[in-house]
Design a protein around this ligand. Structure first.
Ligand code: XIL
Length: 650
């Protein structure tokens, strides 16, 4: 008896240890359809060779030989040409699909990869593989590389990749097969792909495809009597395909989210990459909307050579100044007359400034610009490390005299910081009055304050924002709200948030946006533009806090409607009343009540699935049954053992 129980338990143990191995390879899911299956056999070659192309740094070859493939004798061999450049976009095999993958489905891409020991013996810590769709390497959307958890690659062992491409807003036309790492020591020189399969997911009526509703009232039009309404962009084809129309519907000012920052532009001394900036500027020109340049001088996303020597030590003040001059002259000069305004210097103050009366004591001393300018400062001659800010504004003025020049910072609503920012601008503007390079008496050097406006729902007090605007106006400055977003929660907790916002939270957020826009309107004659930092919640850098005006389905949130209703009361009712069929595309609206409160809307979304449903849909019923049987047998076995032991003890 005891032996048979043991045997049975052994069988169970084998079943359970066997299951994970099975799940490590591709398992078809119900309703999936196999669209493509590339085995790289010689018969296929003529047909599909043209769909696979090498990118710049690699050569590809269809190879046959005993055992070279995964489970057969054929594979696609890839070799890095110079063994130096392993950067991802150049280092991939590209599959250009004969037909774009239709929208409205999930897709699974399954493939095998192998790096032989021979030719790769100096390699270690290889990571990957994954895929990148539609050539979207910049990754700001954060959704184009799959899977996110790619794992490692061991020399001499085939491994599989199972990547899910979630429902997209633009058709997938190109899939790049790649290894995650860019580093020469971590990336094989030679590798093989085989058995690439592309599966279309089951048709799911409940899958909601993100979609812009261009019949909504336009933000920019609604605010046309007051100021421009801007947003950010990422110049890649995905962005253009998916969001251009919506952008132009709602916004009439544009800022590059990242691609105009020094690190992407100022590669080396005298060597610039203006591709990203050119695209953004052209987008503005083609569509007749002003480009706000962000940003020339910043401690983050900067280029080391500007401020730091190859050993990581600060350059001298004179060296850094010379670099700054050549860089700003080349960059701002290139776009003179084409970029309407610049954030010349970004975030030169500490995160918070307790006492703003002596602005120099509030400087961000850890900035590489500050450190370089501190290296060789002659304080007796009146020099100070913060002079880099003045220099940056002067160089920009001289290179691009038509552009309106802004200083940009965050926590700008705090009293200490606002006073420091205003005080600095006032001092530099006085200094400029007698600067011999100033050819426009009466025009300020620092003409405006960029209020980043990265707030939180927990602790934003709109009255502070009003006070800051007032302080900046007193300093004679224009105002730009440059990066507005309001995630739920606070600095300490918004990142770890995993739950969808509740209706009540959405209303709280909408009310904050409403209060801010009422203040902006009060000061409209001083405000050039209000720029929202991100088109949709998941596209925002603090997306886990659901911070902006459109949700992941690109539907208007209560925050959108609350902003519209500040200028156009009743717009929501009118819109919903005249177009009832469009109501589904508008989640959780927040109409403004005559008494000023926001009505909590009735949710029109289906209920969230209950937890038990979610669990059972992910794990097969027979799995639970097996576990149940296993547990029962284990209990029985333990009981028998205990009884026997007791008997033996007697
Ligand atoms: C952020 C971008 O949104 C992110 O994509 C990037 O990874 C980091 O920078 N203040 C600024 C902006 O001035 O440039 C920052 O943008 C957000 C904070």
């Amino acid at each position: 008896m005891k032996r048979s129980i043991l045997a049975f338990l052994l069988c169970l143990a084998m079943i359970f240890t066997f299951v994970p191995e099975v799940s490590a390879v591709f398992q078809e899911r119900p309703g999936e359809t196999l669209l493509y299956n590339f085995t790289f056999s010689p018969e296929e070659k003529a047909d599909i060779e043209r769909f696979f192309t090498p990118n710049e740094a690699v050569e590809i070859e269809w190879v046959s030989g005993i055992g070279v493939g995964h489970g057969d004798d054929h594979a696609l061999r890839v070799e890095n040409i110079d063994k130096v450049n392993f950067t991802s976009v150049h280092n991939v095999v590209r599959l250009t699909l004969p037909e774009p993958l239709p929208l409205g489905y999930e897709y699974r891409v399954f493939a095998w990869i192998y790096a032989p020991e021979e030719g790769n013996d100096d390699k270690r810590n290889m990571r990957g593989p994954n895929i990148c769709i539609n050539n979207n390497y910049e990754g700001d959307l954060g959704v184009s590389k799959f899977p996110a958890d790619y794992g490692g690659l061991t020399l001499g062992q085939w491994r599989s990749m199972d990547a899910v491409i979630p429902v997209q807003t633009t058709e997938t036309t190109v899939i790049d097969f790649r290894l995650y790492t860019n580093n020469a020591r971590e990336h094989p020189n030679i590798w093989y792909w085989d058995n690439i399969e592309i599966w279309q997911g089951a048709h799911d009526e409940n899958i909601r495809v993100p979609e812009w509703d261009l019949s909504l009232p336009s933000l920019a039009e609604t605010y046309s009597d007051y100021f421009l309404i801007g947003n950010i962009m990422t110049p890649n084809s995905n962005w253009f395909n998916a969001h251009t129309d919506a952008f132009l519907h709602h916004f009439n000012a544009v800022t590059a989210e990242n691609s105009m920052k020094p690190v992407y532009v100022a590669l080396e001394s005298g060597q610039y990459d203006f591709n990203g900036a050119d695209t953004v500027v052209k987008f503005g020109e083609d569509n007749n909307i002003p480009v706000h340049g962000h940003t020339l001088i910043w401690h983050q996303q900067s280029a080391d050579w500007l401020t730091t020597d190859p050993d990581g030590n600060p350059l001298t003040r004179d060296e850094a100044r010379e670099n700054m001059q050549s860089y700003i002259t080349a960059y701002a000069g290139r776009y003179a007359g084409r970029i309407a305004s610049w954030d010349v210097v970004n975030e030169a103050f500490d995160n918070s400034v307790a006492d703003g009366t002596n602005w120099k004591s509030g400087m961000r001393t850890a900035s590489p610009w500050y450190k370089a300018y501190a290296n060789g400062t002659d304080r007796d001659a009146g020099e100070h490390p913060s002079d880099y800010i003045y220099d940056a504004f002067v160089f920009t003025r001289l290179a691009a005299p038509d552009a309106v020049l802004f200083y940009n910072d965050f926590n700008e609503e705090e009293p200490g910081k606002r006073n420091a920012m205003a005080g600095m601008a006032e001092d530099f503007n006085v200094k400029w009055e007698t600067d011999p390079r100033n050819t426009e008496p009466g025009r300020k050097l620092i003409e405006g304050m960029g209020m980043q406006s990265h707030y939180w729902t927990d602790n934003l007090n709109p009255a502070d924002v009003r006070d800051s605007i007032q302080r900046f106006v007193r300093a004679g400055l224009r105002i730009r709200i440059t990066e507005l977003d309001i995630p739920f929660g606070n600095y300490g907790n918004y990142r770890s948030r995993t739950t969808e916002p509740t209706e009540a939270e959405l209303i709280v957020q909408a009310k904050l946006y409403e209060s801010l826009f009422k203040i902006y309107i009060d000061f409209a004659e001083h405000i050039d533009a209000v720029t929202i930092w991100g088109l949709t919640d998941p596209m925002n850098w603090r997306g886990s806090g659901y911070p902006v005006l459109f949700d992941e389905f690109q539907s208007a949130k209560p925050s959108f409607w609350s902003i519209i209703e500040v200028v156009d009361p009743g717009a929501y009712d009118r819109f919903m009343g005249t177009q009832p069929s469009d109501s589904e595309s508008t989640s959780a609206p927040a109409p403004d009540h005559p008494d000023g409160t926001l009505i909590q809307p009735v949710p029109d979304e289906p209920d969230e699935p209950h937890e038990s449903d979610a669990v059972s849909s992910g794990f097969p019923w027979w799995g639970f049954a097996l576990i149940g049987v296993g547990v029962a047998i284990l209990v029985a076995f333990l009981a028998i053992t205990v009884i026997k032991n007791k008997k033996a003890a007697k």
